[in-house]
Design a protein around this ligand. Structure first.
Ligand code: AGP
Length: 608
């Protein structure tokens, strides 16, 4: 939810800190701050409510130091304000801390530290860390020892970076439930909560494990555990392209990521289609055919768009493999003492691989002896590591808060899983071939939809003025409607409701009026007539209709239509979703919204 950066080396840290924070801003953007120190001693710190650009404007030219930490925040404890922004310092201004995560026993620690003389200046849980580390940083104690001792008293999750004015030759970082990655440079070192802050400077990185700390100096690093045992960590190379982290000439990351989908789908499919046996190769599942045959049910867990992608995945698995499958919000599942069955396969879905609710759901399943696979975009992320096996999306980094290319790749991954399971069960070779060729055709078909971006922009400008929008779809179309409504409300703030088309007359038809237009998914499948009847019911109530269809409905049934290329019926939802991404994007632009960083949201929700 928040972003951390740190630098130590011969140069001034501030330019790297500010650039790194700008790159991490998608993770949280209600306040930002930096602290630096160096040979001249003392800590200089600046923090503001607002964006990284506001912070940069507030930094004076003399703000220099060769060791520094920075943070961009998404508020959990305390409102967004200058005082609550990180870094937090102890009263002597010797220690500065930036923190992602939540200190659960902060209240108890605050009372104790206050009794010992600490004066708190913010409402945050993080500030207790600054005072606690300072309390342990007594004469002759190394910073890493003070940090280790302080963390021993803390209950909660954290990724932290700590600066000490009296030991400016090092930064100490620690990870427990919130990622920290070290970047190895030439006589300089970096650290961040996400590689996107580092890739301009180095591609050699070390991901800390939970429960691990590191002392980072300009010439190297040492990692160790909470009980002071040295660990040996080998650097790995970041393989995502550097230009994935830039808008690359597009006005927004979101538009770029929507347009990247032909390529990201190709990468999700790459090397996984087996034309000879009309199936999919998914080595990472770690399940052989015999084990797969024993699975009686599939339960898919994810949050937000990942949950909706899971709904599409459940339909694919039921249709192609005839295994009962169901998607549930991981955020609900984890709180309801779920029954874990030995013959159920659990599949966790997450773009970031960090969503706390999904991670907690995976841990709950595993604790009860269940088997969990991951459908995850971020390699080596917490959820990917927690799962027993799975499939990486290879969609590339997704920076815009609203998920688009990762959503599409997730559904493609489910199509591969469903094909693989299906061919182990009763899906015929002919049906397998039908799905393989439809999957191969997807990238070009997505290009065809993207070519309609300008026409969709005109429709979006018109519909964006509405007081709200209804999204409807039937069976395969319903998760598409849900994701379409989610995308619109998330980035344009236009109220949007999704309903199964079949349910309209059981209540929501009362809402239909010229002020509340309907986006209707109308695939050319076995339910076409039913869908056309629903359009008639809407038009009879003076409702406006924008149809997303394979064939243009009669003008009496739809005011506007976006045509989408036909795939196989099971894969149609994938393509029907793409115009809805463009509709949401262009509506948000027409309404002058902050498209990549919508209000109140953050890219990864790493808190409960
Ligand atoms: C998607 O547009 C949303 N920003 C959000 O619903 C997101 O899909 C959800 O928070 C899950 O994120 P994850 O895929 O990283 O776990």
């Amino acid at each position: 939810m928040c972003g951390i950066v740190a630098y130590i080396g011969p140069k001034d840290a501030t330019p790297f800190l500010l650039e790194g924070l700008a790159r991490l801003e998608y993770r949280g953007y209600d306040s930002a701050g930096v602290a630096v120190t160096g040979r001249t001693g003392g800590i200089k710190s600046r923090k503001v409510k607002g964006r990284v650009a506001d912070l940069a404007a507030d930094i004076p030219a003399r703000f220099k130091g060769t060791t520094g930490i920075g943070h961009t925040r998404w508020a959990t404890h305390g409102v967004p304000s200058d005082a609550n922004a990180h870094p937090h310092l102890d009263n002597a201004e010797r220690i500065a801390v930036v923190h992602n995560g939540i200190i659960e026993n902060a209240d108890e620690l605050r009372v104790r530290l206050t009794a010992e003389g600490a004066v708190f200046r913010s409402e945050t849980d993080t500030e207790v860390l600054a005072h606690l580390i300072a309390a342990h940083a007594t004469e002759g104690v190394e910073l890493e020892e003070a940090v280790r001792a302080a963390l021993g008293k803390v209950v909660g999750t954290y990724g932290i970076a700590v600066l000490d004015a009296e030991q400016p030759d090092r930064i100490v970082v620690a990870r427990n439930g919130s990622p920290i990655v070290l970047g190895i440079g030439e006589k300089e070192m970096f650290a961040a909560s996400d590689v996107s802050a580092l890739v301009r400077y180095t591609r050699q990185v070390v991901h800390l494990e939970d429960g691990e700390l590191a002392t980072v100096r300009a010439d190297g690093f040492r990692t160790f555990t909470e009980d002071a045992r040295t660990t040996h960590r080998q650097p790995s190379t970041v393989d995502w392209e550097i230009d994935s982290y830039d808008t690359g000439g597009y006005e927004h990351f979101l538009l770029k990521e929507i347009h990247e989908q032909p390529g990201s789908v190709e990468r999700t499919l790459s090397g996984r289609l087996d034309e000879r046996f009309a199936t999919a190769h998914l080595g990472g599942l770690n399940l052989d055919a015999r084990e797969l045959r024993e699975i009686r049910r599939v339960k898919i867990l994810g949050c937000g768009s990942a949950y909706y992608a899971g709904e599409m995945g459940a339909q694919l698995i039921e249709e192609l493999a005839r295994i009962p499958a169901h998607s549930e919000p991981a955020s609900e599942f984890r709180y309801r003492n779920p029954v874990i069955e030995a013959d159920t396969l659990y599949i966790a879905v997450s773009q970031s691989g960090e969503t706390y609710d999904t991670l907690a759901a995976v841990q709950e399943v595993k604790r009860k002896g269940g088997r969990v696979l991951g459908v995850v975009n971020t390699v080596g992320s917490a959820i990917a590591r927690e799962c027993d096996g799975g499939i990486y999306l290879h969609a590339g980094p997704e920076i815009s808060v609203a998920s688009t290319k990762a959503f599409t790749s997730t559904v493609v991954a489910f199509a591969l899983i469903a094909l693989h399971f299906g061919r182990i069960h009763d899906l015929s070779p002919a049906d397998g071939r039908r799905i393989v060729s439809a999957l191969k055709a997807l990238p070009d078909q997505i290009r065809e939809v993207l070519a309609q971006s300008d026409a969709i922009a005109e429709l979006a400008a018109e519909y964006a003025e509405s007081e709200g929008m209804m999204f409807i779809g039937r069976v395969r179309g319903y998760p598409v409607a849900r994701e379409g409504a989610q995308k619109l409300k998330e980035i344009s703030y236009v109220h949007a409701e999704a309903y199964p088309a079949s349910e309209l007359k059981h209540g929501p038809l009362a809402l239909i009026s010229p002020e509340l237009p309907t986006v209707a998914l109308v695939p050319d499948d076995e339910l076409l007539d039913k869908n056309l009847t629903t359009l008639g019911e809407i038009k009879a109530r003076s409702g406006r209709v924008l149809a997303v269809a394979h064939r243009r409905p009669d003008a009496k049934l739809a005011d506007h239509c976006v045509l989408v290329p036909k795939s196989e019926p099971e894969l149609d939802p994938l393509l029907l979703n793409i115009p809805l991404q463009l509709l949401a994007y262009h509506a948000a632009v027409a309404l002058k919204r902050d498209v990549d960083k919508p209000r109140n949201l953050a890219k990864s929700v790493t808190v409960e």
